[in-house]
Design a binder for this molecule. Structure first.
Ligand code: FAD
Length: 374
């Protein structure tokens, strides 16, 4: 049997797997990047609100806010070509049902040292809906641009092999290495594995026989919309509770619409992602999660409910029209439920051979990888 040898094998070509491959390859390390989909960056790293977090979103988790703010500038500089900056980013505090009031939000921004300048609520919102609104410093990223750039960079390294449609079939320890067989017949030997599979993180851990993360999973819909020209250079997030965000989706020309109550269609609190739609597909199950966005059994859109919520808050001269829906599974650590934190957690399950998992809370915390890879 022909066995290919690598210094590192990375499972998952989302932003974390691709960035890890680049970090390692630039140190002359021989890397295999194995992705189950037929292209890179098709799941959570593409299907999300595309917010480059500067901390505002986490008034109840100062540690998450500070971490985001610390990485904010670095991420915006490194991925400058993919950062959409040309819009006003407004955070607003709902007058009703908010877990954070305006005074607390402002105090929190001052504490984390992120700018927030109060703006007139009547510019965007209906009377009596918003306690206060702030113009802030936050951008969105264009995942397609990042995907194309990272793919090109990785293609230029001759010490990186990218394997798409690569599904693991068998893994065993041979001496101080893992020997991994893929369903397409490729066999690989390596002393180091990085698990960067996000919603499939426990599936891969289970495959290798290691302890799992305590997580829950949400099958999420991000709705892409077309907004009127008076809103094209504005993004709004209403905080902190069952509200909504409407903001530019990178450079796509659309605005993503999400809401805390209706973006998640179904929640799975099992160890592995388990959703009712999986009964329609034998190949998507507790052991292997397929791409929800290219699946014929994704849920019906929650556009009516989400747009009604946005309409309740937004002035009638701002129009929002449905364009399309994107679906992906969000993965949340059980401990994060308490304070709404979104930590990125790196877990080492074995040292020799080495098995590392990166559970990512956010896109722009990729720099945490440096702690374990360099
Ligand atoms: C609805 C939603 C909104 C969000 N909003 C934001 C936001 O605004 N800002 C922000 O910073 N973060 C946001 N996040 C979180 C952010 O998207 C994730 O933290 C980040 O993208 C995860 O990156 P990743 O590379 O770990 O995962 P992914 O991008 O999901 O990549 C994992 C890869 O692993 C592959 N894979 C799975 N199983 C296997 C296997 N067995 N073998 C090989 N490959 C496998 C998958 O196909 C996928 O390509 C949001 C997430 C969601 C779902």
């Amino acid at each position: 049997m022909d066995i290919k040898k690598y210094d590192y094998v990375i499972f998952g070509a989302g932003i974390y797997g691709m960035y890890a491959a680049k970090l390692l390859a630039s140190k002359d390390i021989r890397v295999a990047l194995i992705e189950i989909d037929d292209k890179p960056l098709q799941r959570a790293s593409y299907i999300n609100q595309a917010r480059v977090h500067n901390g505002y979103h986490y008034p109840r988790s100062v540690s998450t806010a500070e971490k985001s703010a610390n990485y904010y500038r670095r991420f915006n500089e490194e991925f400058e070509y993919a950062i959409h900056r040309q819009f006003k980013k407004v955070y607003a505090i709902s007058l009703y049902d908010s877990l954070t009031n305006a005074e607390q939000f402002k105090r929190f921004c001052d504490y984390v040292r992120i700018p927030a300048e109060e703006v007139n609520t009547s510019k965007y919102f209906n009377n009596g809906m918003i306690e206060a609104a702030y113009e802030t410093d936050e951008f969105t990223y264009d995942a397609q641009k990042i995907r194309n750039a990272l793919f090109e960079e990785l293609s230029e390294f001759n010490n990186v092999d990218m394997i798409f449609s690569g599904q693991i079939e068998k893994a065993e320890i041979v001496g101080t290495d893992y020997q991994v067989c893929l369903k397409n017949g490729i066999s690989i030997q390596t002393p180091n594995v990085l698990n960067a599979t996000y919603a499939s993180i426990n599936q891969l851990l289970h495959f290798f026989g290691y302890d799992l993360f305590q997580t829950k999973y949400e099958l999420c819909e991000v709705i892409l919309t077309r907004v009127s020209s008076n809103f094209s250079n504005v993004g709004i997030t209403v905080m902190d509770g069952p509200f909504f965000s409407l903001m530019p989706f990178g450079f796509s020309g659309t605005h993503s619409l999400t809401s805390v109550s209706d973006t998640p269609h179904e929640t799975s609190t099992e160890q592995f992602p388990k959703f009712s739609c999986q009964t329609f597909r034998a190949d998507c199950n507790e052991n292997v999660l397929r791409n929800c966005n290219s699946c014929n059994y994704s849920p019906l859109s929650a556009w009516i409910r989400m747009s009604q919520l946005a309409r309740k808050y937004l002035k009638s001269e701002i129009s929002v029209h449905y364009d399309s829906s994107l679906f992906a599974v969000k993965t949340i650590l059980n401990t994060a439920e308490i304070d709404d934190s979104r930590p990125t957690v790196i877990k080492i399950s074995s040292n020799k051979p080495k098995f590392i998992s990166v559970f990512s809370g956010k896109f722009n915390t990729i720099y945490d990888l440096e702690e374990v890879l360099l």
